[in-house]
Design a protein around this ligand. Structure first.
Ligand code: NDP
Length: 292
């Protein structure tokens, strides 16, 4: 069997075109969705994520208020900027790029963002609403995974979804979403983590296997049931002297042998990654509509 590739770039393009259309409609009613972006420090990966987010906003017609701050920015200064954005009617979503430098309390910062502008979906208010199945901003990466499943025609209702990883930004919210009695969800969910015993015996039961552990190619073909749908959230740099940058990106899944066994699979790069930013645009648009 050779798996169908779930093309995240293509799905993201399709969704971004839908978002851009809606942004235009809103603009004709006098509202331009706006995203406030805050990056503290010089971390190259964070810097490139933020650049990509700003570019995507521009392309979709979303206004972005970019704030690049030096590493030694005080917590008080950061909170002051968030307070300003909380009150600014042009800003519908606030994104603080993580991780923050050690002298800043991440939890305090995320709590300061008004829940109605929390387009990352990290505020406990939105996390709680998501868990209760109430309308809320959903965290972008897991929501992107759900959209990929829906848009590539994967039947989740009654499927056994196994997630490897239980972080607050990917594994736990994804487990919660897949559990909801709703379209593109309604699965039986198992979550594995670093203390899970005999993980292969569990992953082999998965109709949908989602890897989000951050461990290069840890899911091998012998851990996958023939015909399973495999979603690879992992993004890992591995040394590769044949590349100009000296590294290449791989997922948490051993792609080639698993593509022979699975029915559908996402590549890395070009899988879940492009959907994450798309869902940020989506949440910003939704927030602008809510503020009308
Ligand atoms: P975290 O490091 O926060 O969490 C990793 C999770 O995987 C933890 O729950 C950990 O278990 C579990 N884990 C680690 N090793 C193993 C193992 N050997 N067996 C079973 N479970 C294991 O990572 P994130 O959730 O933030 O990210 C996961 C991956 O997804 C990373 O590669 C990251 O780069 C990528 N990512 C990609 C995004 C995208 O847009 N494509 C967005 C966000 C993340 P425990 O809790 O016990 O420690």
């Amino acid at each position: 069997m050779s798996a169908e590739i779930i093309d995240g770039k293509e799905l993201a393009k399709e969704m971004r075109a839908e978002i851009a259309d809606e942004v235009q409609k809103l603009a004709s009613q006098g509202v331009t969705p706006g995203l406030g972006v805050i990056l503290v420090g010089e971390d190259p990966a964070s810097n490139s994520y933020v650049k990509a987010k700003e570019r995507a906003c521009e392309k979709a017609g979303i206004y972005s208020d970019d704030n690049r701050l030096p590493t030694d920015t005080s917590e008080a200064k950061l909170l002051e900027i968030i307070d300003r954005m909380n009150e600014d009617p042009k800003i519908h979503g606030i994104l603080v790029q993580l991780p923050l430098p050690d002298h800043i309390d991440e939890e305090k910062v995320l709590l300061r963002i008004k829940p109605e502008k929390d387009v990352d979906g990290f505020h406990p208010f939105n996390v709680g609403k998501m868990m209760l199945g109430q309308p809320a901003f959903l965290p972008c990466t897991p929501h992107g995974v759900i959209q990929m499943l829906i848009r590539s025609g994967v039947v989740t209702k009654g499927a056994h979804a196994v997630i490897v990883g239980r972080s607050n930004i990917v594994g736990k919210p994804l487990a919660n979403m897949l559990l909801q009695k709703a379209e593109g969800r309604n699965a039986t969910v198992t979550v594995c983590h670093s203390a899970t015993k005999d993980m292969a015996s569990i992953t082999l039961q998965a109709d949908i296997l989602i890897a989000a552990a951050g461990k290069p190619e840890m899911i091998t073909a012998d851990m996958v049931k023939p015909g399973a749908v495999v979603i690879d959230v992992g993004v890992n740099r591995v040394e590769d002297s044949s590349k100009k940058k000296g590294y290449r990106l791989v997922g948490d899944v051993e792609f080639e042998p698993i593509a022979e066994k699975a029915s559908k699979i996402t590549p890395v790069p070009g899988g879940v990654g492009p959907m994450t930013i798309t869902m940020l645009l989506y949440n910003t648009l939704e927030s602008a509509k809510n503020h009308m």
